[in-house]
Design a binder for this molecule. Structure first.
Ligand code: ADP
Length: 914
């Protein structure tokens, strides 16, 4: 990172160029990565000559944050005031040891890159990827350090989730690696790399042995050899990751050869073995350790030169060794249980029992000289001794004893002690294994009586050993909550006593009231001759897994309910086009059931051309990797319907589309409405056109006959005025007047219809010039009425010049015509408003009553009689049409008696289509 030295310089010496400094400041404050400086209050010498522990003590109290950027503060959810001045101690209060180690490494190396678990100021934790560089003065003394930090909690979590997901989906996730002929990795894919805990690139050239757990190295070496001879091998083995954790995998190794049949290397396919296989493997490990411990004991006991026996707490024999059998002449089987008492010499029997019970009562070792008599009548004097075996809580679980030929007593004393010592060790070892596991483990007699149980099991039910030992297993605190489960256990014990291994999932209620799920198994232990001598119950708490599974199920159900209640059709298909999921709406609309749809493609469901259209859209989404919206056609009971569909890809962990999800909404109705609307619009436009056409034709064609009527009436008037009677003269005058008015009306109507149909194209028009023209046209009216017309500076606009002239003329003409008592004063204003020109024509005339305002823009509508004010009522209708043709609006504001202001807008620029 090249910015480091620059920033370092800038911090230490200040920067010459202020623009450089700005650039760095901007970078510092805006970077998404957290930056900070932590400076010491005095330079510090650091090398092997100093007492580093003492130096670190000092640093942890005296190095302080001196600068920090916004991103860093955001990471710690802190304000700058909180953050400045913090010491290493503050950051690592939760784990000083780790903090000191990091600091020491940083000072040792000068630079440190690490991922650490850190605490925010509010105590929550986060994963930080940090890059820390020491800062030195000119003498090479440390003066502090500079750090860049990034919060990678979410990445960590993702990794964690990925790991969990991989575990859950283990049977589907495969990893592949390619190794060369010398057994070194050549290529490793991401999944494989994840499993062995390396980055793919870091594995290149690494020997495969480094990823194998030492326990399984022999096994894999053998497998490797087998692959070399057989070409292929499958093996399950324990691996070891870079961080030392272990994993179990099934590996399939396939050798590769070149044309000369020379080995070129091999492929290794990694397959997750199931969770149960993993548990099995771990269980096997523990069982093996147990077996080893037992085997040691057995060998020891069998070959010891003294007689050895073991009984349960009740004194029933469970084991005797060869020497014991020699001394008593009894077989192993006959010695078991109460059988051993047969070997006692009749006269000594009473004495032996007395001493035995007394020893038990007084809780001391049994020690006595007595005689055995073999079935052949041979009598042997022995010294018998026995000690109680106690579990961790001091409860007696049985007795170990020895019997020594009295003649050889001296020699055997030493052996005797040795044996006892060995026994104790074996017992300790056994117990250590027993209690150090989180699994629940115990020992049962074949009848199901508890002989031993470990701490982990006792802890969950808050029981003492005494609560369990010697009791039928099904009546112990683990099992008493569910009678059905007790029955199941009884059956399992019976089966295990017959030599079968039993395994089932059980539900329990622990002492803290929680419900737990346990993966429980019961295994028989056989002696040399194949008799079941003991049962080993084992349990593993799988509640977390179970709960996670249940939560997953629940969330899945919720999701399903959600999409089922959606009004749209929802479905998910895999890249091959097979349905993975559909919702209820889908089922309803297409009369299908999800069970029958899963795994099918659209071709199985819809006519080919429809299915292919669907598929084409799916493929588009898969290829583009982004949501795509389209309209799709699908058959319904009443024919084809149109669906508006959004399809989007579902991405897998590596960002590759792994499925297409579609949401389709039936828009057939909307479509229909749209079409109808379109139709109506067209009808309206046509009807308007027709009307316009009619108005034009009518007014145009009426003019001709009307002109004839008028001219003949005028002829009549000229020729016969005064020759007929006075009444006739008056009638002719009325007729002439009517015809003239009609001509004006028709003219105006024609003008109106021409606004739309005969308009000229738009051009740049100077409004000032137009106004000048208008005032000239209105000159007579203006001077007759003593009117004064004033105006703002007027702009150029894009308009039809003739129509604009007419517009101003009509409005100003009206303002003069509808004058009040005072001489008309008319002001023409103009303003910019919302990118348009807003014109106003303001007068001091008679005004308009508000209820009539909407009427005046309609053709032939007037508020006054012709006698008061001449006119046809067409003027404002024409104005309105002109303004609308120019894309504007015309309206009026008025107060009766005070005057009116007519407003209209015109677009600033750009042609408005005619
Ligand atoms: P005409 O002027 O031929 O009557 P118009 O369409 O121009 O027809 O006007 C319609 C009506 O609006 C007029 O008859 C009048 O009553 C009213 N009017 C128009 N301009 C004004 C104005 N400046 N002051 C008051 N009334 C007006």
């Amino acid at each position: 990172m090249t910015v480091l030295p620059e920033l370092r310089d800038c911090e230490q010496h200040g920067l010459e160029s202020s623009s450089d400094r700005h650039r760095l400041e901007a970078f510092f404050s805006q970077s998404p990565d957290g930056f900070f400086f932590m400076m010491l209050d005095r330079p510090m010498h650091w090398d092997d000559s100093v007492d580093k522990e003492a130096a670190l003590d000092y640093v942890f109290d005296h190095q302080r944050v001196t600068r920090v950027n916004a991103a860093m503060l955001a990471q710690y959810n802190a304000s700058e005031a909180d953050f400045l001045g913090l010491t290493p101690k503050d950051f690592f209060a939760h784990d000083l040891e780790t903090g000191r180690q990091l600091w020491r490494e940083m000072f040792d190396r000068g630079r440190l890159r690490v991922e650490t678990l850190q605490r925010r100021l509010d105590g929550t934790s986060m994963w930080i990827e940090g890059d820390y560089s020491c800062l030195y003065d000119s003498e090479g003394n440390s003066i502090g350090h500079f750090g860049i930090q990034r919060d990678i909690s979410s990445r960590k979590q993702e990794e964690e989730e990925l790991r969990e997901m991989n575990a859950a989906l283990s049977h589907t996730v495969e990893g592949i690696s390619k190794l060369d002929a010398s057994g070194r990795y050549q290529r490793v894919d991401q999944a494989y790399a994840n499993t062995i805990g390396y980055r793919p690139e870091d594995t290149i050239g690494m020997e495969w042995q480094r990823t194998v757990h030492p326990d399984d190295l022999d096994k894999l070496t053998a497998a490797y050899q087998e692959m070399l001879s057989a070409g292929k091998v499958k093996v399950e083995a324990k691996g070891i990751r870079k961080d030392g954790s272990t994993f179990y995998k099934q590996l399939t190794m396939v050798a590769t050869y070149d044309k000369q049949q020379q080995l070129t290397g091999h492929y290794c396919f990694m397959k997750d073995i199931s969770e149960s296989a993993r548990i099995e493997a771990e269980r096997e490990e523990i069982a093996a350790a147990l077996r080893e411990s037992e085997e040691n004991f057995r060998i020891l006991a069998t070959h010891a030169p003294v007689g050895i026996f073991q009984t349960d707490p009740a004194g029933d024999c469970v084991f005797v060794n060869r020497k014991w059998m020699e001394l008593t002449g009894l077989s192993f089987a006959r010695a078991m249980g109460r059988g051993w008492t047969e070997a006692l010499y009749a006269e000594d029997r009473e004495r032996v029992f007395e001493e035995w019970y007394e020893a038990v009562r007084e809780d001391r070792a049994f020690f006595l000289e007595y005689r055995f008599e073999t079935p052949q009548g041979e009598v042997n004097w022995v010294v018998g001794s026995a000690v109680a075996i106690r579990n961790g809580d001091g409860v007696v679980t049985g007795y170990f004893g020895t019997v020594t030929d009295i003649n050889a007593a001296k020699q055997n004393e030493i052996a005797h002690r040795q044996v006892e010592e060995d026994l104790r060790r074996s017992e300790q070892k056994f117990r250590a294994i027993f209690n150090s596991t989180f699994q629940f483990i115990g020992l049962l007699t074949p009848e199901g009586i508890v002989v031993e149980v470990n701490q982990a099991a006792l802890r969950v039910v808050a029981a003492e050993r005494a609560d369990a030992i010697g009791k039928p297993f099904w009546e112990t605190p683990w099992w008493t909550h569910f009678p059905q489960l007790q029955e199941r256990l009884k059956q399992a014990i019976a089966d295990a006593a017959n030599g079968e291994s039993v395994r089932f999932e059980s539900e329990h209620i622990w002492a803290d009231g929680s419900t737990a799920f346990v993966d429980f198994s019961l295994k028989p232990v056989l002696d040399e001759v194949g008799n079941v001598v003991m049962l080993i119950p084992e349990g593993r708490d799988i509640s977390d897994r179970k709960q996670a599974l249940m939560a997953l199920q629940e969330s899945e159900e919720r999701l399903q309910a959600l999409i089922d209640n959606a009004g749209s059709v929802i479905y998910i298909k895999n890249p091959q086009g097979q349905y993975i999921l559909i919702n209820r709406q889908y089922e309803t609309l297409f009369h299908l059931e999800r069970e029958n749809v899963k795994g099918k493609t659209d071709r199985d469901i819809f006519p080919e051309y429809i299915a292919d259209a669907f598929r084409a859209n799916d493929l588009k989404v898969l290829a583009a990797g982004i949501p795509i919206e389209s309209e799709e056609i699908a058959p319904q009971d009443d024919g084809l319907h149109t669906f508006l569909t959004i399809k989007f890809p579902l991405l897998d962990a590596s960002g590759v589309p792994s499925a297409v999800c579609g949401i389709s909404t039936d828009i057939t109705e909307r479509k229909k409405a749209e079409v109808e609307l379109q139709q109506q619009k067209q009808d309206l436009a046509r009807s308007n056109d027709e009307l316009q056409q009619f108005a034009y034709v009518a007014s145009h064609d009426l003019q001709e006959p009307l002109r004839m009527v008028t001219s003949y009436l005028e002829l009549l008037e000229r020729r016969y005025k005064g020759q007929l009677d006075p009444k006739a003269d008056r009638f002719i005058a009325y007729a002439v007047d009517g015809a003239t008015r009609m001509q004006i009306l028709i003219n105006d109507l024609l003008g109106y219809s021409r606004v739309g149909s005969r308009g000229q194209s738009f051009g740049r028009v100077d409004c000032a010039a137009i106004l000048k023209n208008v005032l000239r046209n209105l000159q007579v009216a203006i001077s007759e009425n003593n009117a004064i017309v004033t105006h703002d500076p007027l702009p150029e606009v894009n308009a039809d010049a003739t129509q604009l002239t007419q517009l101003f003329q009509n409005l100003i003409g009206n303002a003069i015509k509808f004058r009040g008592e005072d001489p008309p004063r008319i002001q023409i204003g103009v303003n910019r408003s919302n990118g348009k020109w807003l014109f106003s024509v303001c007068d001091n005339g008679i005004g308009i009553e508000s209820q009539y305002i909407s009427r005046i823009f309609v053709i032939f509508q007037r508020l006054h009689s012709r006698a008061d004010y001449p006119g046809t009522g067409m003027g404002l209708a024409i104005c309105k049409k002109i303004v609308e043709r120019h894309g504007g609006k015309l309206w009026v504001e008025s107060l009766p008696g005070e005057g009116s202001t007519f407003y209209f807008t015109l677009s600033d620029a750009g042609a408005i289509p005619s």
